[in-house]
Ligand binder design. Structure first.
Ligand SMILES: [Zn+2]
Length: 407
């Protein structure tokens, strides 16, 4: 079986870990920050070193294409992102970029015959850390987001994404965008960002899709009064009501399918002063499951929640939702076949996190590969996947690219 170079993989991981090194094992590399520009330059430099030029599109997405032996065939593309969250790790996103580079480098340097052009790609602003939303550029390229609105997206310091894009020097031609005519398949390797592969001692996650989700806001309405002069029976405390609502929701949602995950990660309390009884609390509830029926049941639980807790009115509102995305079945089977060919253990699974690949999946055949995350940690500095595990994942991508090339 063909393999890529473990030493080169290690070298790439170590090199990219320097760009935005926060000094304690992780990185902060916001889109178009000086650190992100260093990572982009490194990508261009390394692709050039193996004889591959990089072009960009109008969103700053980068494409380095190794020509194939037959004229006029569509490309096979591998892509992920170079940007990170604040104090993120050395693997989220960048490992998919390293994968794309390593596969192109292996095929180029070992002169492995291939008919189709093979592209290593970098998506701009996947995390949306400075300029929301997440998956911004894939959203624009795949027709999910309006470009003008995205260009106007502002960082907390008031700079727009459009200004940062322009200053970066990476603005290219819209005609270079990923599209279903010039590209036949898109592959994204990513760390799992969860504990399952490690716990089950599996080397490769064969990703079948991305789970659907709903995000609701729950609000409780009370009455603000003085914390010292209002006896307990006279109070309408919105925070107490929110706590009761949350306990109720947990109890009911726990009765649904055991693979359902749900989270309250955001809570706003008004007026948030220690001497005042809260009159308004607003909290989020994010629920994810691959089966739309289970998501419907979640919505039913929310809708059937009592309209009042602790003498406070309770209201709910859907903030946003997305359907489950299923990746291309043929590609998923090719990933499985490639993992099996190396004798690597694998598990079929859905991604609980969002990725650029989910938008691309609506436009053209797409799939993903997962490698294990140590202790399941991600979006934090302890994020870790061993070189050996990364290398195995990249081998599976290499083999999958060569299988697709036979088509
Ligand atoms: Zn990512």
């Amino acid at each position: 079986m063909l393999t890529c170079s473990k030493d080169r993989v290690q070298n790439k991981i170590e090199t990219f870990a320097k760009f935005g090194d926060a000094g304690h094992g992780g990185i902060t590399r916001f889109c178009f920050s000086p650190e992100d520009l260093q990572a982009r330059e490194e990508f261009v430099k390394r692709m050039k070193a193996v004889g591959v030029e990089t072009v960009t599109d109008d969103m700053g997405n980068m494409y380095a294409t190794l020509p194939g032996t037959e004229e006029g065939l569509p490309r096979i593309v591998m892509a992920s992102h170079t940007d990170s969250v604040r104090n993120g790790g050395n693997y989220d996103g960048i490992l998919g970029v390293i994968t794309a580079m390593e596969v192109v480098e292996t095929i180029a340097t070992e002169k492995i015959p291939h008919k189709h052009p093979i592209t290593a790609m970098v998506w701009t602003n996947e995390e949306g850390s400075l300029y929301p939303p997440a998956m911004m550029s894939s959203g624009v390229v795949c027709g999910k987001f309006d470009k003008a609105k995205m260009l106007a997206s502002k960082s907390s310091e008031g700079k727009t994404f459009g200004e940062a894009l322009k200053q970066s020097g990476y603005v290219g031609d819209e005609a270079n965008r990923l599209n279903p005519k010039d590209y036949m398949a898109m592959l994204e390797l990513h760390i799992e960002q969860g504990p399952v592969l490690e716990a089950e001692k599996k080397e490769i996650g064969v990703v079948e899709g991305v789970v659907g989700m709903v995000n609701y806001r729950i609000r409780t309405y009370g009455q603000s009064d003085h914390a010292g002069t209002t006896p307990m029976p006279y109070r309408r405390d919105a925070l107490l009501a929110a706590a009761s609502a949350l306990k109720y929701l947990h109890a009911e949602l726990d009765k649904l399918d055991s693979n359902l995950v749900y989270t309250t990660g955001e809570i706003l309390c008004h007026p948030c002063i220690h001497t005042v009884i809260p009159d308004l609390v607003d909290f989020s509830i994010d629920a994810r499951h691959k089966d739309p029926e289970v998501i419907k049941q979640v919505v039913e639980v929310i809708k059937n929640m009592p309209k009042e807790f602790d003498k406070c009115e309770v209201k709910y509102e859907e903030a946003w939702a997305r359907n489950t995305i299923d990746f291309d079945k043929e590609l998923v089977d090719l990933v499985q076949k490639s993992a099996d060919a190396y004798g690597y253990s694998s598990k079929r699974m859905y991604s609980g996190a969002g990725h650029d690949a989910q938008y691309v999946a609506d436009m053209m055949p797409t799939t993903m590969f997962f490698v294990p995350s140590k202790d399941g940690h991600s979006h934090c500095e302890p994020e870790f996947t061993s070189v050996e595990e990364c290398w195995k994942g990249i081998n599976v991508v290499l083999q999958t690219v060569l299988e697709i090339d036979k088509k």
